[in-house]
Ligand binder design. Sequence first.
Ligand code: UTP
Length: 296
Amino acid sequence: MINKVRKAVFPAAGLGTRFLPATKASPKEMLPIVDKPLIQYAVEEAERCHIKEFIMITGKSKRAIEDHFDYAWELEENLKSKGKDAMLEEVRRLSQHQFAYIRQGAPLGLGHAILCARPFVKDEPFAVILSDDIIDPDDDLLEEMIHIYNKYEATVLALERVPKEEIHRYGVIGGTEIKNNIFEITDMVEKPKPSAAPSDIAIIGRYILTPDIFEFLAKTQPGKGGEIQLTDALKALLKKKPVYGYLFQGKRYDAGDKIGYLRATVEFALRNPGVKDQFREYLLSTFSSIMSNKES
Ligand code: UTP
């Protein structure tokens, strides 16, 4: 099947206040999970879906992202001279794609960040990937969403059921399941109180958007938190065009939050061939000392 989604936008201009002071002078997107920064997991997810153009929305203190995906000839020469071929290959692989960087002058919200990508996206459907939502690399969420886009040629949002006590942190949808895990969305509310939420199904950080979203974003006024919210633009789009959702059943880590970040670190370390055995032993001994302290 021809992949109709060739471009991906990576909004990475947020302030990352939940990780201060770590994010004062360096980007949240460069926080590592074991040995890879968050943004690299996101780029690799797009690569697996045969996305060809990578558009990064950056801002103040985000230059490390550009360097990370650029050639690093001194480093490459050094690795080459030491015969570290596998590492050399890994470092080189990152700079093989075409990246475009757009600066969002001020962090006016996710909706505004996406609007900044308009001159590069032009008249094509595109994926939006929030790198602080890590999807387990064994799950094919984005690929499924692209299949749904290829069929309906309409906006597709990634959805997940969330516990009631977390609902106020998300955009929440109302809608009907038209097929296994595919929803036709009829309503959306940004960060509702549990009593005002249309369901327990939240929008998570993957979107396939059509270029007509830009018109709606351009008209969207600042909403919750004084930011231009993508959910508000999607809500306006919904009145004119169908919007679909795909209910994700796999594993997601909210690495924009400290606990989610720590969970991802532990679980990825337990799978990393270089550290998993030693790390597992460490965890087991830590666990048994926690348990014996509890009992004494
Ligand atoms: P978050 O809501 O996680 O905000 O943004 P944040 O600033 O990154 O982190 P906190 O809440 O202050 O800790 C969701 C995504 O949207 C991007 C962020 O970089 C992140 O990928 N974003 C947010 C922008 O690119 N621009 C913005 O103005 C706001």
